[in-house]
Design a protein around this ligand. Structure first.
Ligand SMILES: [Zn+2]
Length: 238
């Protein structure tokens, strides 16, 4: 849970080139242990409007926030300075690391998650991501979804989020090309998932669901070759 009693600041946000609308949230704290962002976590709000999401993300009683919110029309709001620790990720783990809030910048997309994300919204995201990645030296592999670090608990940004579009612009880690092989064993799948960063302790069903949300949201049924292939780094000989 977030630390209480930390006063809000009204410093000018650092991301100014995109001219985000500064809409400060009191829901933040200092990053722990001197950490700086090494990840970007993408969410959707699961609310009916950007206004409703802004209200909630800035309500002290909600104890949640994010650094940025992107409206369906592409409007960009900033609620927490990138230097500070917003409260968006919660419990979870990625690449063996916990306290994702101290390690990440959180971006909320105004959406119920039930339909594709709009072009203006994606365009703003694609303008914002390179800025954040440059500021903090975050590689493409550091751009993850909430469901990646909290499988079984979170499913955003969900099956309608176009990860391949980000991958093509080096704004997310590229997936492996599809190769044919025998149906993978659960052990091989678990091991490959761990190597790809999915280290949160969940059962095989939740792990498969999280991997598919990121790489293959159209896939259904039991573990198959494509699930394993998606986790193998490009260029790896198998
Ligand atoms: Zn989320």
């Amino acid at each position: 849970m977030p630390a209480a009693g930390i006063p809000a600041r009204s410093a000018v946000p650092s991301t100014t080139e995109l001219s985000p609308i500064w809409h400060p949230s009191p829901n933040f704290s200092e990053r722990r242990d001197g950490l700086t962002p090494s990840l970007v976590v993408i969410h959707y709000t699961a609310m009916n409007s950007a206004k409703a999401a802004l209200d909630r993300l800035c309500d002290p009683a909600s104890e949640v926030s994010a650094h940025f919110l992107i409206g369906g029309d592409g409007t960009l709001w900033q609620m927490v300075r990138e230097e500070d620790r917003a409260w968006h990720a919660g419990a979870g783990e990625w690449e063996g690391q916990t306290d994702i809030n101290s390690r990440s910048v959180g971006i909320e997309l105004d959406s119920t998650g039930s339909h594709p994300f709009s072009e203006p919204q994606m365009s703003t995201l694609e303008a914002l991501l390179p800025r954040i990645m440059k500021s903090w030296s975050i590689p493409a592999s550091g751009v993850i979804g909430h469901s990646d670090m909290a499988p079984g608990r979170k499913s955003d940004p969900g099956p309608h989020f176009d990860w391949q579009r980000l991958e093509r612009q080096a704004l997310a880690k590229p997936r492996a090309p599809v190769t044919a092989s025998a149906t993978p064993s659960p052990e091989a799948f678990r091991a490959a998932a761990r190597r790809a960063g999915f280290t949160a302790p969940v059962d095989d069903t939740q792990l498969l669901a999280a991997v598919r949300l990121r790489f293959r949201p159209w896939a259904q049924g039991p573990l198959e070759t494509g699930d394993l292939n998606a986790l193998i780094p490009p260029g790896t000989i198998t």
